[in-house]
Design a binder for this molecule. Structure first.
Ligand SMILES: Nc1ncnc2c1ncn2[C@@H]1O[C@H](COP(=O)(O)OP(=O)(O)OP(=O)(O)O)[C@@H](O)[C@H]1O
Ligand SMILES: [Mg+2]
Length: 377
């Protein structure tokens, strides 16, 4: 009995020693963990830098603020090449790690990336423009060796200018389709308004994206929003636009004309463009996309009515009535004419439907169109 008791006590005593040791071990581990955590807090963060060049056993890196330094790199990092992203410690800027996958800034969410399928057959009345685009964009993308052999450098990009709705976007998409290129669409005004303070960075990333997805065409709509002559760069907003513009010029200057990335800029306001953008070696081919003439209107009308069931109509009369219309307006006329027929439960579209549609479109665009002409001629 007493033995049992002793045993019991002994047993209990051992248990408590075991418990204390257990607790001790646990506390020790906690201390080690906390020390490790503390160590982490004491360590300075690493800076993400870009490798610019390799010089003997040193590496030239660029910091996010733009400063460049020649630094060492820790061993065992594997091969480092220009363009890589690396992490450097802040004191000596020694490269500690290579970063394989830096999360892209929002460039790929911000731009529209597309593989257009539309053909030249969808473009009406712009043969001269089409020919020129084929020569300066299509040919170099398809046959760069031809240019190398002959020894000339094709333009890096073109600038399409002209009134709204005349087929500029259409031309750009058609050449992207014919060259099976990735079509990267950026809108100038959005670039500087939506991502305040990030415009320049975005431009850089858009060009990088284009190189990754090459062959590609960077389509910059409303390029005047970035590349307008600035009378006053005093405000911070203006300075931001200026920075974005400078980055755009730097990117354009930086790439090889024989590479498989081309730029197509677009504007309704060629008059306010900074000549820096159209300087030789940049978007130096200017292509005017005017309102269609009679022949052009006929072609565009044909394109947009080719799937419609038409009654016997006098096409020439309709074309005459659409004097001064843009391609977009000619398309709108076809759609409106279709609606007039639908409203009367007809499946054939009559000449009168077209006349009504023209009157309607005329009414809608008259004010806008005149505003445009008054402002920009
Ligand atoms: N030359 C054309 N041939 C056939 N369709 C055309 C033509 N021009 C315009 N269109 C029609 O009008 C629509 C708008 O044209 P598009 O977007 O190419 O105009 P844009 O010149 O880029 O105008 P904006 O300056 O306003 O951007 C096209 O999708 C097309 O349906
Ligand atoms: Mg357009």
């Amino acid at each position: 009995m007493s033995n049992d008791k002793t045993n019991g006590i002994t047993f209990g005593y051992q248990t408590s020693i075991g418990g204390v040791e257990e607790e001790n071990k646990f506390l020790r581990e906690s201390v080690t963990n906390l020390e490790r955590e503390l160590e982490k807090f004491k360590r300075t963060p690493l800076i993400l830098c870009e490798v610019r060049d390799l010089l003997d056993d040193k590496v030239l890196i660029r910091l996010p603020n733009g400063n460049e330094f020649l630094v060492d790199s820790a061993g065992g990092l594997g091969k480092i090449s220009p363009g890589d992203s690396v992490l450097a410690e802040q004191k000596n800027l020694t490269i500690i790690r290579k970063v394989d996958q830096v999360r892209k800034f929002d460039a790929d969410k911000f731009v529209i990336i597309d593989k257009p399928t539309l053909t030249w057959q969808n473009v009406g009345g712009l043969q001269a423009q089409e020919r020129e685009i084929k020569e300066v964009i299509e040919l170099p993308l398809m046959k760069p060796e031809l240019f190398k052999k002959i020894g000339i450098e094709p333009p890096k990009g073109i600038l399409l200018y002209g009134p709204p709705g005349t087929g500029k976007t259409l031309l750009a998409k058609a050449v992207a389709a014919s060259t099976k290129s990735t079509f990267i669409e950026v809108v100038g005004s959005e670039l500087v308004q939506k991502f305040i303070g990030e415009g320049a960075k975005l431009v850089k990333e858009i060009f990088q994206l284009a190189r990754e997805k090459a062959p590609s065409i960077i389509f910059i709509d409303e390029v005047d929003a970035i590349a307008a002559v600035r009378i006053d760069v005093g405000t911070s907003g203006e300075r931001e636009v200026q920075r974005t513009f400078m980055q755009l010029l730097a990117e354009v200057d930086g790439f090889n004309p024989l590479g498989n990335v081309k730029i197509i800029g677009c504007t309704n306001r060629k008059d306010i463009l900074d000549p820096a953008i159209t300087r030789p070696g940049r978007l130096d081919r200017l292509i005017h996309v005017p309102l269609p003439n009679e022949e052009g209107r006929k072609e565009i009308h044909k394109i947009h009515t080719r799937n419609m069931t038409l009654a016997k109509i006098n096409t020439d009369k309709i074309i005459k009535e659409m004097e001064g219309f843009s391609g977009a307006e000619i398309k709108a006329v076809a759609t409106e004419a279709g609606y007039f027929a639908i409203r009367e439960n007809r499946t054939k579209i009559t000449e009168q439907d077209f006349m009504n549609a023209i009157a309607k479109v005329n009414e809608e665009v008259k004010t806008e169109g005149q505003d445009y002409l008054r402002m920009f001629g």
